[in-house]
Design a protein around this ligand. Structure first.
Ligand code: DGT
Ligand code: CA
Ligand code: ZN
Length: 585
């Protein structure tokens, strides 16, 4: 057990003692000891191994030294068992919720018999917590929110952009580890999957010990599950798990290939290796020698590759395969046949075809959005404020839309550096009709149509509704087609295949909404859309200028769908784009 983890347990004991109503000096003693252990540069485990006296440390008395020894030796504390006779240990989880803490946990337990987060959720939803002395409505709302994010973490998969917020600072911190030579994030994170379960970090270092020590001492670490030798696992304060593996430079490429996965891709690669008399593992690519091979020696046979990932693929007669493709969706066969896609990149994007301004629920003016798009080097963008059915967003009716056009023309007149397409995100009403008069629709440069209500229609009705809307001659782009919000709202139930076929039939492009909470359509649906010959656009749906940066998540998802620049309408230059979205019908 590492110092941080020991400190965590000491804090937990202090919280439980506080709930129990123990002597404040006793509580304080545990808290002080926790701070001392946390800040101490030498591991308690090492001090004990060296027979050092822990009571020489400030704030560590005989009792706490005994507890620390017990924790290091057994990983648990017997004193917890005796506390458990008075106080349910499950209250610890409650004290970790933002806005709760030991005092409130005790009050909740005493007044409402709350022992677990489930109990707490029940009484919060019943409104009982607002009534409690010292709580009130505000606290109750705060707790409900804290439970919500706790639940999301429990679902076990973190959205990629959220994970990035946690991983980037960790990587920045790790780059300063003593003796570190190289560091990469592998796993689903590198494959740019829309969500990740945990984060797999690989590093090269001659001496793994100081690098591992640096890792487990990252201030955001909540607990250290494993932290010795070349393998470490920590849980960050957010609940996200991060694994670190330290390998030698000789096998780094092989390890990167192996831990990038996916597992299914690795199986496909390994199958191919076997047919070539090769064995591929996290240690390298080896020539199998039936006579001398030792079944349990991972290094038996002649190692022919391992240093770089390219080398690993080349040893198997394959070109390097982009991580986003490594899902066993035919990439190994495509690599064999020399027909891997030339995946699009962020630089291929020439414009953004969905965003909102202060005319509806956006935070920036049309001109501010224009300047931000121009700063990205875009040739064009579409201003797609909401239509009137979305009253809470300030959606526009015909009258206000006309007023908006006056401003659009004014802004365009002052800016020749980029083309501002007159557009709207028009609601698809429950019967499949569009939320704007035909004579107005006809005057727009490009019409985006989206569902924002009645997500729960029966599948056949939903399909009919969407296809009816797509058949409208003005419809050009189907926005966020499934309506899902990752980890929050499931996709609508409808026949995706029928909608993609309608996209081809009516020449309506389907959107890949790049917002990392949406990524809608998802990768497999986009692959299917491409197969059918449907057009695709990638749009940010930005409600603020800085959200225009979310395009990169759309591009990641597009790459996972094997999309090339030719598959994506907004990779076209202005002239061809306007032809594609306005002409031809
Ligand atoms: P995740 O964490 O669920 O978002 O997805 P991954 O792909 O990051 O999965 P993870 O973290 O369990 O493992 C990282 C990589 O390690 C995985 O993509 C491939 C490799 N790997 C792990 N376990 C196995 C295994 O049993 N067989 C093979 N071939 N590869 C494995
Ligand atoms: Ca992972
Ligand atoms: Zn929308």
């Amino acid at each position: 057990m590492e110092n941080l983890e020991i400190a965590r347990v000491l804090d937990d004991v202090a919280s439980l003692l506080e709930i129990q109503g123990a002597n404040p000096f006793r509580i304080r003693a545990y808290q002080n000891a926790a701070r001392v252990v946390e800040a101490h540069s030498v591991a308690m485990r090492k001090m004990l191994a060296d027979h050092e006296d822990l009571t020489a440390l400030p704030g560590i008395g005989k009792d706490i030294a005994k507890y620390i020894t017990e924790l290091v030796e057994t990983g648990t504390l017997s004193v917890l068992e005796s506390i458990a006779k008075d106080v349910p240990l499950s209250l610890i989880e409650l004290t970790r919720l933002p806005g709760v803490g030991p005092k409130k946990a005790r009050a909740l337990w005493e007044a409402l018999d709350v022992k677990t987060i489930d109990d707490l959720e029940r009484v919060v939803k019943a409104g009982d917590v607002a009534e409690l002395k010292g709580f009130g409505k505000k606290t109750q709302d705060k707790i409900l929110k804290a439970i919500g994010s706790y639940r999301k973490r429990q679902q076990g998969r973190t959205r990629l952009a959220d994970a990035e917020q946690l991983v980037e600072p960790l990587i920045g911190y790790m780059r300063a580890a003593p003796g570190l030579e190289q560091l990469d994030v592998a796993g689903s994170y590198r494959r740019r999957r829309e969500t990740v379960r945990d984060v797999d970090i690989l590093a090269i270092a001659d001496d793994p010990i100081p690098v591992m020590e640096h890792f487990v001492n990252y201030p955001e670490v909540r607990s250290v599950e494993k932290g010795g030798g070349t393998r470490g696992t920590v849980i960050l304060a957010s609940g996200l798990q991060a694994d670190l593996r330290i390998v030698s430079a000789d096998s780094y490429g092989a390890a990167l290939q192996y831990f990038t996965g996916s597992k299914e891709h690795n199986v496909a690669v390994r199958k191919r290796a076997v047919t070539m008399g090769l064995r591929v593992s996290e240690y390298g690519v080896f020539e199998v020698d039936e006579d001398t091979d030792e079944a349990d020696d991972p290094f038996s046979g002649n190692r022919i590759a391992g240093k770089s990932e390219e080398e690993v693929y080349v040893a198997m007669g394959l070109p390097w395969i982009a991580p986003e493709l490594r899902e066993d969706r035919g990439e190994v066969a495509a690599a064999e046949d020399g027909c891997l896609p030339s995946l699009m990149t962020l630089e291929d994007v020439k414009g953004d075809l969905q965003m909102h301004s202060t005319w509806s629920d956006g935070k920036n003016t049309i001109e501010e959005m224009l300047e931000a798009c121009a700063a990205k080097g875009y040739e064009y963008f579409a201003m797609t404020d909401h239509s009137k059915a979305l009253a809470m967003t300030g959606g526009l009716d015909a009258e206000r839309l006309k007023n908006q056009w006056v401003e659009i023309e004014d802004v365009q007149a002052r800016h020749s550096e980029i083309r501002l397409l007159k557009s709207m995100e028009v609601d698809i009403l429950a019967d499949g009709s569009l939320d704007l008069e035909d004579e107005m629709l006809e005057q727009l440069d490009v019409v985006v149509i989206s569902v924002h209500s009645r997500f729960d229609l029966p599948s056949t009705d939903q399909t009919k509704r969407i296809v009816t809307a797509m058949s409208h001659p003005a419809a050009r782009i189907l926005g966020h087609p499934t309506g899902r919000l990752i980890n929050v709202r499931d996709p609508m139930e409808f026949d995706v295949d029928a909608v993609l076929q309608a996209a081809v039939e009516f020449d309506v492009a389907v959107e890949l909404n790049a917002h990392p909470n949406r990524l809608d359509l998802r990768d497999t649906h986009l692959m299917h859309a491409k197969e059918l010959g449907a057009k695709i656009v990638i749009s940010t749906d930005a409600h603020r200028t800085d959200e225009l940066d979310l395009m990169c998540y759309g591009v990641d998802q597009a790459r996972r769908a094997w999309l090339e620049p030719a598959d994506v309408l907004n990779c076209l230059p202005l002239q061809e784009l306007t032809q594609a979205v306005t002409g031809g019908r």
